[in-house]
Write a protein that binds this ligand. Structure first.
Ligand code: LRH
Length: 490
């Protein structure tokens, strides 16, 4: 009996994945899939948090209806977002989604009071305008009544765990992404909190991934007709879970967690908080077993997802596979973008923004969908090469290939082009990286796996890995030179 449940809340959907161990392999089954659409009210963009909690309970019921009472539950989701808890234990309002505009400009504003070096030296975290520190700074400046009444700060998986168990804990991997956690002191950074005027008591003791974090509370057991299932704090930042699931055989490896975001980097034992790391805007996010992820955020498939949405809005209803097929048929290396140009961050008309970028940089403007998608995907592949090389430079390691995990690996053209761009093999799999990493940490906590390396070996044996060898070396080498010039990354 090894049945456990992972809840993975991603940008396109949430999932309840049942995991079991059979004959030395991991078997997974998707029990429940549900939307995770943010809800706009007026100018604000929110999490639909109670609906998600409802869907988590539906996932538990689906397990029950199959005659399964899981031994453990874990929840992961994207980083940086949070809810606030009142003195009576109730949730103060709907958490904001990080793409909400209220934190726009806050990073720059806070940097007028604290230098970037001061913030980076305390946290080791990259500067992203939506980091929790800037969301909280915005709340403070706007005299948020919720912040004024708050007694506890919980990140999204902390919050959903709290609803299930009645216990409030902050989990390490997500805590680091706030840019308020000091990895050197291994605690919340008192000085940063004080500077922002945030009470230290909002922030609780930080649990390591794999720690027990309570049981289903009696009211939930009664409502669902279940027993006291154990709840674990897993690596609750989805990227942390995805990296747990990288089926690496060598201790030193590079990964690309590929979904709405692309997160590319390597796993390290101690954060690298040098001036060079700060200048390159690399991050050191907390992982399982006291590890860190030295990585950079790359805008990822977001630009393609938003393009598709825009085309749909204007009556051209392409599926993703149609778009990828059209891209494959379009001429190569017509035009390039820097996917991380700030113009691509906010939701909206991406095809227009891509065209405008090309116009401004004196390139041919991709008019049809195929050429435009090809421009996005080739540019992503080249940006991966750029960040991979910086990761090697900063970590002092050399990588002989790149592991790709996450839903983005279904885009086989992107996998192949990534191999072409980096001139090294890409090992793609598993696609459900975050959910599998979530399960793996629970099994480690339960003693089913001795450590993360045993978990990774079993993951490697359980899920297919597709190998993409580099092709058309010279053309991609020349293309990279042009990409660097146009994007002024060189
Ligand atoms: C990926 C991710 C990423 C964060 C972003 C907010 O889902 O968690 O690691 O930077 O979302």
């Amino acid at each position: 009996m090894s049945d456990i449940l992972a809840f993975d809340l991603g940008a396109s959907s949430g999932r309840a994945i049942l995991g079991s161990l059979k004959d030395g392999k991991i078997v997974t089954e998707e029990l429940h899939r549900f939307p995770n659409d943010p809800v706009q009210t007026g100018d604000r963009l929110h999490w639909d948090i109670l609906r998600l909690y409802h869907e988590i309970k539906q996932g538990l019921l689906k397990a029950k209806h199959k005659g399964i009472q899981p031994l453990s539950i874990g929840i992961d989701s994207w980083a940086v977002d949070y809810g606030l808890i009142a003195a009576d234990g109730s949730l103060l309002g709907n958490p904001l989604h990080y793409r909400d505009r209220s934190s726009a400009g806050m990073m720059e504003r806070l940097q007028e009071e604290l230098t970037p070096a001061e913030i980076f030296n305390r946290t080791g975290i990259q500067f992203l305008p939506f980091n929790t520190i800037y969301q909280l700074y915005a709340a403070k400046l706007n005299q948020s009544p919720q912040l004024a009444a708050a007694k506890r700060f919980l990140m999204i998986p902390d919050l959903l765990r709290y609803f299930l168990t009645g216990e409030m804990h902050n989990e390490f991997s997500n805590a680091t992404t706030t840019q308020l956690y000091n990895p050197l002191k291994q605690e919340w950074d008192g000085e940063l909190l004080q500077h922002l005027g945030l009470s230290q008591s909002l922030f609780g003791h930080v649990l390591q991934p794999g720690s027990p974090a309570g049981n289903l509370q009696p009211s939930v057991q009664e409502e669902l007709g279940l027993g006291p299932i154990a709840v674990h704090a897993v690596a609750e930042h989805d990227t942390a879970s995805a990296v747990v699931a990288v089926p690496a055989l060598e201790r030193s490896f590079a990964y690309l967690s590929c979904g709405t975001w692309s997160l590319l980097g390597t796993e390290i034992q101690e954060p690298i908080m040098t001036a060079e790391a700060a200048q390159l805007n690399f991050t050191n996010e907390g992982g399982f077993g006291g590890t860190y992820r030295l990585l950079k955020n790359i805008m990822g498939l977001w630009i393609l997802q938003e393009s598709r949405r825009e085309w749909e809005r204007s009556g051209q209803d392409y599926s993703f596979s149609e778009l990828v097929k059209l891209a494959g048929e379009a001429p190569a290396f017509t035009a390039f973008i820097d996917p991380d140009d700030p113009v691509f961050m906010a939701p909206g008309d991406m095809p227009a923004r891509v065209k405008e970028y090309c116009r401004k940089t004196n390139q041919p403007v991709p008019e049809d969908a195929g050429t435009l998608v090809r421009c996005i995907l080739e540019s992503l592949a080249f940006k991966y090469r750029y960040v991979l090389e910086l990761t090697e430079q900063l970590s002092g390691k050399q990588f002989n290939g790149l592991h790709m995990v996450g839903g983005g690996i279904h885009n086989t053209l992107l996998c192949q082009w990534t191999a072409n761009a980096i001139g090294k093999p890409v090992w793609a799999g598993p696609a459900e990286g975050s959910a599998i990493g979530n399960l793996a940490v629970q099994w480690i906590a339960r003693g089913e796996f001795a450590d993360i390396w045993e978990a990774r070996r079993v993951i490697r044996d359980s899920f297919p890995v597709t190998i993409y060898g580099p092709e058309q070396g010279e053309a991609w080498y020349d293309g990279y030179g042009r990409f660097l010039e146009i994007t002024t990354l060189r």
